[in-house]
Design a protein around this ligand. Structure first.
Ligand code: SF4
Ligand code: SF4
Length: 136
């Protein structure tokens, strides 16, 4: 059995196919939704963990992509230059996953890598370009 996290990106005109239901019923994949941000007519993101034998996971990914939904395994890591941060909050405003948040008591930025879905929005949002991606 292999467990892996994936980010699914749904186009605004997604087919409405019950993807997670089919992954469970047709492929016998264990699915754990970590984060969902999906609204009709908009680009949506879903972070989920899938558990199954490696070949079945590959079949599941192929099925998702057949539905014109992007499906990328989370293999990258986001980091930022904490020492140079001015705590402006621009990155936390775009981080829909809740990995970057402003602490209301200290007015400082806080980063929880466990919630990061590698959407890369923070890279573009930081005026000081403090974010980078590590692949590995
Ligand atoms: S890549 Fe950046 S904006 Fe996206 S989830 Fe991770 S920390 Fe948040
Ligand atoms: S956008 Fe850059 S400078 Fe502003 S809080 Fe985020 S990391 Fe810090």
């Amino acid at each position: 059995m292999t467990s892996k996290r994936f980010v699914l990106t749904f186009p605004p005109d997604a087919t409405g196919e019950p993807i997670t239901y089919n992954l469970i019923k047709k492929f016998d994949i264990m699915v754990n939704i970590v984060r969902a941000d999906v609204s009709p007519g908009k680009i949506g993101h879903l972070v989920m963990e899938m558990t199954a034998p490696a070949k079945v996971l590959n079949d599941g990914m192929a099925y998702i992509r057949q539905q014109k939904v992007e499906c990328e395994p989370i293999e990258k890591k986001i980091s930022y230059r904490e020492d140079l941060c001015i705590h402006c909050g621009a990155c936390s405003a775009v981080c829909f996953a809740g990995a970057l948040t402003m602490d209301h008591n200290t007015a400082e930025l806080s980063f929880d890598p466990g919630k990061c879905v590698i959407c890369e929005l923070c890279l573009k949002s930081c005026p000081l370009k403090l974010f980078s991606i590590d692949i590995g």
